[in-house]
Design a protein around this ligand. Structure first.
Ligand code: KIV
Ligand code: NA
Length: 264
């Protein structure tokens, strides 16, 4: 049966951890989906992974639509989430128009990076039939404001602010919260504070779901790897087995372990 936002809500209610991975093309979408990964994300990380840029900022709407349509063709029943690229949701009007394009290309929901300023945008989308994932914490489209890729929510004031933002965005209509690079105890507090399923990357093992960039978890990404990345291909013999191992280790919460987690 195809995964929907209801499936993810049931996982949360039952305390079952679920998995998500990025894909940008039909082949990956199919094998990721067939491995039992619940959510496929067409991440704007494709700006780095596929295009070789040093940030996600150059990614355009046309490119996101193209990759979303490729993924939709390969998908075999996973929930398809598409990133809205930098400045494509700068106004409510732009967000509606651009989200519609991604939904027409085959997305089941969209993901936006930001905090309380997104409330009006999220309710406008949600009221018109577009489920939204609100991405908080290290939001890569803000790299120039953050002055680098840094763990977010480290002091108590910032932590409380993030909890408040998660609650406000859920209230506005967000169906999923995604937390990137936040200390595990904060991610656990946010997961408890909202009814919406929470997906984490570099956010410890207490979130409802986990996500990674597929090239990272197959050990393909060159250079220094972030703390939260694990190479699942290193302990298996094929891409398919590596994907299955990821699904299993997320499900039994053996991934992420301490070594992949920011404690504070
Ligand atoms: O673009 C992306 O791949 C993402 C995930 C890392 C969460 O947003
Ligand atoms: Na992204």
């Amino acid at each position: 049966m195809a995964v929907t936002i209801n499936t993810l809500r049931e996982y949360k209610q039952n305390g079952e951890a679920f998995s998500a991975l990025t894909s940008y093309d039909a082949t990956f979408a199919q094998i990721v989906s067939e491995a039992g990964v619940d959510v496929i994300l067409i991440g704007d990380s494709l700006g780095m992974v596929l295009q070789g840029n040093d940030s996600t900022l150059p990614v355009t709407m046309d490119q996101m639509v193209y990759h979303t349509s490729c993924v939709a063709k390969g998908n075999r029943g996973s929930l398809i989430m598409a990133d809205m690229p930098f400045m494509s949701y700068g106004t409510v009007e732009a967000a509606l128009e651009n989200a519609a394009e991604l939904m027409r290309a085959g997305a089941h929901m969209v993901k936006l990076e930001g905090t309380d300023w997104m409330k009006d945008t999220i309710s406008a989308l949600s009221e018109r039939g577009v489920p939204v994932c609100a991405h908080l914490g290290l939001t890569p489209q803000f790299v120039n404001k953050f002055g680098g890729y840094k763990v977010q929510g480290r002091d108590e004031k910032a932590a409380e602010m993030m909890i408040e933002h998660a609650c406000e965005l859920e209230e506005a209509g967000a169906d999923i919260i995604l937390l990137e690079c936040v200390p595990a105890p904060l991610a656990a507090r946010i997961t408890q504070a909202v009814k919406a399923p929470v997906i984490g990357i570099g956010a410890g093992s207490d979130t409802d779901g986990q996500v990674l960039v597929v090239h990272d978890m197959l050990g393909l990404t060159p250079g220094r790897k972030p703390r939260f990345v694990k190479n699942f291909l290193a302990e298996t013999d094929s891409v398919q087995e590596a994907l299955a191992a990821y699904v299993q280790q997320v499900r039994d919460r053996t991934f992420p372990s301490e070594e992949h987690t920011f404690k504070a």
